[in-house]
Design a protein around this ligand. Sequence first.
Ligand code: GUN
Length: 300
Amino acid sequence: MTAMIIDGKEFAARVRAKVAGHVTRLKDQHGVTPGLAVVLVGEDPASQVYVRSKGKMTVEVGMKSVEHKLEADTSEAELLDLIARLNNDPEIHGILVQLPLPKHLDEDLVINSISPAKDVDGFHISNVGLLGTGQKSMVPCTPLGCLMMLRDHHGSLSGMDAVVIGRSNIVGKPMAQLLLGDSCTVTIAHSRTKDLADVVRRADIVVAAVGRPEMVPGDWIKEGATVIDVGINRLDAPEKGEGKTRLVGDVDYDSCAARAGAITPVPGGVGPMTIACLLANTVTACCRANGLDEPEGLTA
Ligand code: GUN
C-alpha cells in the first residue's frame, strides 16, 4: 500500500481561513476583536522564530496581536505581574507564555498563574483536569491539530486502536485523552515500554511524539494504519552541501509510507496545524468570554 499524504499545510490554511471568517463575524456583529498576547522570556533562537510566526499569522486572520519580549534575567515576580495584567485586560482573550522558560523561572507556577479561560495552550492544571474528565476546556494546540486531521480523514474514530508514542504533558498525554474522548482504545507507549514494535503493530492509529529522529520503522506499521508524525528533528545533511541540514520526523517516512494508509509528512504535516489551532483556541476563548456560541469544528 502507498499511503495517502495528509497535507497539514493545506489543512492549516483551511483552519486559518475558517478562523478569519469568525474573526470578521465577531468584529462586525459583536464589536469584539479577539486578542492574543504572546510572552517570550530570553533569546532562545527557535522560540524567537515561533513567536514571530505566531504574531504574523495572528494579524493575518484579523486578530489583535500583542508581543511581550522580556530579558532573560526577568524575575519571577515581574513575569507574574505581567501575566496578572494580561489576565485583567479585556482586550486580551488568549495568553501564551513561550516555553521553555529560563531555568530560574518555575514553569508550573508561571503557567498556572494564567487565567484558565485565557490559557490558549491548554497547559493550566484546570484545563488538564477538565480535558481528563471530558469537560469543556482549552485543548493543547498540537494534539488538537492531530485530532482534527484524524477526524477529517476517518470521520469517526470510534473503536479504533490508537497508540501514542511519547508521554509529554504538551503532546502525548493530552493526545491520549482526546483519542479516548473519541472512543479509541488507547495505549500510551514510552521509552520503558516492552515490545514497542508489537504494541505499534496492533494500532490503527499511530501518533509518534517522542523527539527521536526516524525511530519508528515501516515494519512496525500495520498495513493501512494512519500515521501522525509529531516529531520535528533537524539532522545534518552533508549530501545537500556543507553545513546543510534537513528536517525529519519521529517515523522513518519512506518505509512507513509504504505500509500506512495515510501519513503526515515532515515538514508540512502536524507542524503548521499547531499555530492554526492556537488561533482557533483564541477565537473559542473570545466567544466564551463574551457569552457567544463558539464555532463548530474548531475545538474538541
Ligand atoms: N514551545 C514549543 N511548543 C510550544 C507550545 O505549543 N506552546 C508554548 N507555550 N511553548 C512552546
